[in-house]
Design a protein. Structure first.
Length: 174
């Protein structure tokens, strides 16, 4: 059965590969990214040529997330799957990062997940169905030099938000 799938961070990499693979499998895919009319225009056009719907979504901005989810719901009337793929990487010696630089990473990689989850859960509850997939990094499980800021802003936080959202959604569905 065909699903309606919203993917964040779909301009390149795993997000784009996921969007293309799921579209080829017959699903309705909404590939979201920052600035699809500007810096990501070529990526957006390539996805559109494959029948993938492209939209603006910046996980670091509440209004952008809410507007993108509303747009998907207006077009498709449901969201069956959210794939939280958007993220930013950072590398460097720990003491070189300012608190503001660390906040940018956490705002995207942790709070960004919260924003998208909060935005899609009401629709999934009303549908009494839905799946949220949060893409993380191995750097949340193992430590490497120069990744002190990125590691904690990746997998551990995503696992926690995933578990919480799953419990929250399932409680409302029973």
């Amino acid at each position: 059965m065909s699903k309606t799938i919203l993917i964040t961070g779909a301009s390149t990499g795993f997000g784009r590969d996921t969007a293309e693979t799921l579209a080829r499998a017959g699903h309705t895919v909404f590939a979201s990214m920052r600035d699809p009319q500007g810096k990501n225009r070529e990526h957006a056009q390539a996805l559109s040529k494959q029948g993938i719907q492209v939209g603006e979504l910046d996980v670091s901005n509440d209004t952008s997330v809410d507007q993108a989810v509303k747009e998907v719901l207006a077009r498709a009337r449901r969201i069956d799957v959210l794939v939280n793929n958007a993220g930013v990487a950072s590398a460097g010696v720990t003491e070189a990062f300012t608190p503001d630089q660390a906040k940018v990473v956490f705002n995207t990689n942790v709070v960004g997940l919260l924003r998208t989850i909060r935005s899609v859960l009401p629709a999934m509850r009303s549908q009494r169905d839905g799946l949220i997939i949060n893409i993380g990094s191995i750097l949340g499980r193992v430590t490497f030099p120069f990744f002190a800021i990125y590691g904690p802003a990746s997998s551990p936080s995503k696992r926690s938000l995933t578990a919480s959202a799953t419990k929250s959604r399932s409680l409302a569905l029973t």
